[in-house]
Design a protein around this ligand. Structure first.
Ligand code: PSU
Ligand code: MN
Length: 331
């Protein structure tokens, strides 16, 4: 019996490259829920010192809701799962000096020993290696406007297609083509859940004008959906979108103006590839006089709460629980 399992299943031991912080190691040892957090948002997504303050605040929110935060980054040839405060500050201060680490970058940055900030795709890979099921970010990457000629489609979408982690976000950044982003997710069989509203969220703006596949507000129901997918053997991620809180949301018309200006400047200066998203975020923060940064901070904090609640609900589910089974009991 054991032989058969050994041949078909990967070894469950943590990968040698992983290094757990004492807090994350303790949570793992006693089965407490853990929530992964990314570091590209710290190094490339926000300016200092707001990036550091936000990263600390997000970790505190995850803890306050009963889960252990595990901010993920690369340093000295190791995948750090959980950062101490000194490392978090180093990342926040180094900013764009730290490598932006997506799937293709991971081996090179690990092998070189350089400091790396993981994107949504990079963090999903590391979270999956560490056995973490829930990951909180701001907004995922997606299909860029003009992708028909630039071919710029974020690796985040392809990672969602293959790696079994729930990504909690305020939708995708509205600098993107959100309709095409949802089309790619559908093609790859990635469920897009929403909490708090029917629409897929548009980052600084609450509504995208596109509906999510399924609205599930309750963490226990979200958890049953996720367990059901994975119990069916349907590997791959789940996207859980929740909007920026009403008080912090920006009006769409205003945001659209800043986006158009920033996109035109990026084209004029020839900014492409992995530099494009950080450039657009920074430029829009300037154009908006800091309003976009304030909304970004608020939405990440809100996502942290939603993600922590989901992680707690997943940990409370008896393994093998399925949405169908729960429905049968109820009806
Ligand atoms: N969410 C934010 N700010 C960010 C990001 C997400 O609020 O900076 C980062 C994530 O790391 C995401 C990346 O993976 O932006 C997208 O980059 P690209 O478009 O180059 O794939
Ligand atoms: Mn890109």
């Amino acid at each position: 019996m054991l032989d058969a399992m050994d041949k078909t299943r990967p070894v469950a031991l943590p990968h040698a490259a992983l290094h757990f912080s004492p807090g994350v190691a303790a949570a793992r040892a006693c089965g407490r829920p853990v929530v992964a957090l990314e570091s590209t948002i710290v190094a490339h997504g926000m300016p200092f010192p707001q990036n550091l303050q936000t990263a600390r605040a997000v970790e505190a929110i995850v803890r306050a809701h009963g889960a252990e935060p595990a901010t993920i980054a690369i340093a000295e040839g190791r995948i750090l799962v959980g950062l101490d405060d000194a490392r978090l500050e180093e990342l926040a201060r180094r900013g764009r000096d730290a490598a932006k680490v997506s799937r293709r970058d991971l081996p090179g940055v690990l092998a070189s020993g350089a400091l790396g900030a993981t994107t949504v795709a990079g963090t999903m890979i590391c979270a999956a290696l560490a056995g973490i099921e829930v990951f909180v970010t701001g907004g995922i990457g997606g299909v860029h406007r003009g992708a028909a000629t630039s071919f710029d489609i974020s690796a985040d979408l392809l990672e969602l297609a293959r790696t079994s982690v729930v990504v909690v976000c305020a939708g995708a950044k509205s600098i993107l083509d959100l309709g095409l982003t949802l089309e790619v997710l559908e093609t790859h069989g990635v469920p897009v859940l929403s909490a708090g509203q029917d629409d897929f969220a548009a980052f600084w703006v609450r509504e995208s004008g596109h509906r999510a596949d399924l609205r599930l507000d309750d963490p226990a129901t979200q958890a049953r959906f996720v367990r059901t997918k994975w119990n069916l053997g349907l590997a791959g991620g789940v996207l859980l979108s929740t909007p920026v809180p009403e008080a912090d949301a920006l009006p769409r018309a205003q945001v659209d103006g800043w986006i158009d200006t920033a996109l035109a400047e990026a084209a004029h200066r020839g900014v492409t590839g992995k530099a494009l998203t950080p450039f657009l975020l920074a430029r829009i923060a300037e154009l908006s006089g800091g309003a976009s940064l304030a909304a970004n901070i608020a939405l990440v904090k809100h996502n942290a709460e939603v993600g922590a609640r989901l992680a707690v609900a997943l940990a409370a589910l008896p393994s093998g629980t399925a949405l169908v089974a729960a429905g049968r009991e109820g009806g």
